[in-house]
Design a protein around this ligand. Sequence first.
Ligand SMILES: Nc1ncnc2c1ncn2[C@@H]1O[C@H](COP(=O)(O)OP(=O)(O)OP(=O)(O)O)[C@@H](O)[C@H]1O
Ligand SMILES: [Mg+2]
Length: 310
Amino acid sequence: MASSSSANWELVTIGRGSFASVHVLTGRPVAFKAVLDSSRTNELHREFAMLCELYQARDRDSIFSFTCPIAYHDSESPDGFTDSGGAQRFSVSIDDLQLLNFPTAVFAMDHVIPLPPSTAKSIRQFYPAGSDSAPDPSLCRLYFGKEIQVTGQSGRPHTFFNSSNFPLDSNRYRHITIPKDCYVTPEKIAFGMGQTISRIHWHMGYDARDIEFVLGGRGFSDVGLYVIDFNQMRHWSKDKADVPALVNAHYANDPYYPCARNTDTLYTQFKAGYMSACPETAYDAATAFLEAIETEQHKRDVKIKSIGVS
Ligand SMILES: Nc1ncnc2c1ncn2[C@@H]1O[C@H](COP(=O)(O)OP(=O)(O)OP(=O)(O)O)[C@@H](O)[C@H]1O
Ligand SMILES: [Mg+2]
């Protein structure tokens, strides 16, 4: 997509979704999210505005960090440059953005750096033989709603191969190499996911649709937990009557969230995190949301069981 380069810098594509592609200048701490189809420029602008809001209202004690938004630029629009208002550690100027010559609107944010080499290498252990040509994972999605059977004498999960999104379920996560002092237990991660979406639901008034919880690098040999990708979030009323809209968004993103069964410790942690971040005035509606996702999970379990039995 973007193709600007010089002897001193090169724009590299590090990710691509259905809506945008993400690029970095090698060796620099900023990532650029560029919309793929310029008819969706407004959506990118809206994502930048929502990320600014989320970042401003973030819980600084949370184990999950939001990527800090830095600046938005649309070369087609006369007032197409906005910066995020000073909260950022780095600045990105309009002069630099113009030189990068993106063909569509773009916003700059913190770059979630790749996983440490030893962590990435340990994730390769899940790959079947013959996949040596696939790149090492740079970020992993934390798919704690998936259940992969632990198998064999090593107690390792089944092998998997998916070079596009590197999902890690909680079994796989427990088996990867992470420096001891930055290892966060799956239970704490589940708690943090609950806290994060509760904050987005009740403090910020968004439905958290399609956000991604990822494990990335920090510094060099450390790892960090991040939330990215906000373009599909929608405002919701924070009214108990609209809880079904939240349930719908939750199940659209369910690979991340522990299955809503009270017998599952990861889910009870998720639930505790969710309630811990919710304002007292919203307890009633927040409880209705949790009960509704539990009911939906139960329906799904019954359906799967009946298919298995017949
Ligand atoms: N700040 C970042 N630092 C590093 N990598 C990133 C960053 N933001 C996004 N990525 C990578 O780029 C990929 C695509 O970004 P993103 O998910 O935001 O695009 P999208 O088109 O909105 O996705 P979707 O189709 O899921 O809506 C991500 O899955 C991730 O691998
Ligand atoms: Mg997206």
